[in-house]
Ligand binder design. Structure first.
Ligand SMILES: [Zn+2]
Length: 58
């Protein structure tokens, strides 16, 4: 299962049919290639990206 990296919502679908390799979160509107796989832990690079995204979110 894929989850939104921002709100941990599982309401994530392929964006534009996945043709760009991106996902869309129906809950917060996040679009990007980075989603959380349930079993996979975020590495430090992904955490840094997320932190940066949240700072720009406002
Ligand atoms: Zn979201």
């Amino acid at each position: 299962m894929k989850k939104c990296p921002i709100y941990k919502s599982s309401n994530v679908t392929l964006y534009m049919g996945g043709q760009f390799g991106n996902y869309e979160c129906k809950k917060c509107g996040y679009v990007g290639s980075l989603v959380i796989e349930d079993k996979v832990k975020l590495d430090d690079k992904s955490k840094a990206i997320l932190k940066d995204m949240k700072q720009h979110k406002k």
